[in-house]
Design a protein around this ligand. Sequence first.
Ligand code: 5GP
Length: 220
Amino acid sequence: MRVKSKYRPRLWIETECERMELLEERILRDGAVRPGNVLKVDSFLNHQMDVALFKAMGDEWARLFADAGITRIVTIEASGIGIAAVAALSFHNVPVVYAKKTESLNVDGEVYRTKIQSFTKKRIYDVFVGKKYIQPEDRVLIIDDFLANGKALEGLISIIEEQAGATVAGIGIAIEKGFQPGGRLIRSKGYHLESLAIVDSMDPETGAITFRRSDETGAL
Ligand code: 5GP
């Protein structure tokens, strides 16, 4: 268990750490706990982006999914895009596709569609992916920044497996909030889910954050 305290590592991201202690340290250093079970990580993950950290995350997923035969990475607009794009460098530059939330004249041809309830914005989005960008023979790695209730993953799985007839061969999440039901739900369906940091608790009053250790889950 790691707890936010006066701990302030000085390094940017230089060190090789066991698992993704690097990400945990960054969350402790720069993350902020907001009311409503929201962890704010804008300074390095989903507004300003630390691409060296993203590359380390991609390398870790490449190690964890080495035998999965990944042919394509799929993510969702907007926060997953940067992470997935950099991660592809660690997967022999496989194509990266992101599910779009806004209709655009640039997307021609037919699309797969689903509805996803947003955790942070509390609204339902129509999302879509051009049919030509997922093939039935694809073995897809889904990547996203957060896992909370699992709605984003359920929507992407519906597009990839039910609609495109491809295989979800792995799911890589940067930060799973382990006290919310998404992780359990997705693992119970048999998917190979690897979250690089699992937050077990976070307190908006004190800012305290605790992480699940790998020996406590078997899932890290
Ligand atoms: P879920 O669909 O699993 O309920 O939520 C996952 C999505 O909601 C992610 O794509 C992410 O963008 C957003 N999200 C969920 N929890 C958080 C959070 O604590 N902080 C931030 N910044 N985004 C979150």
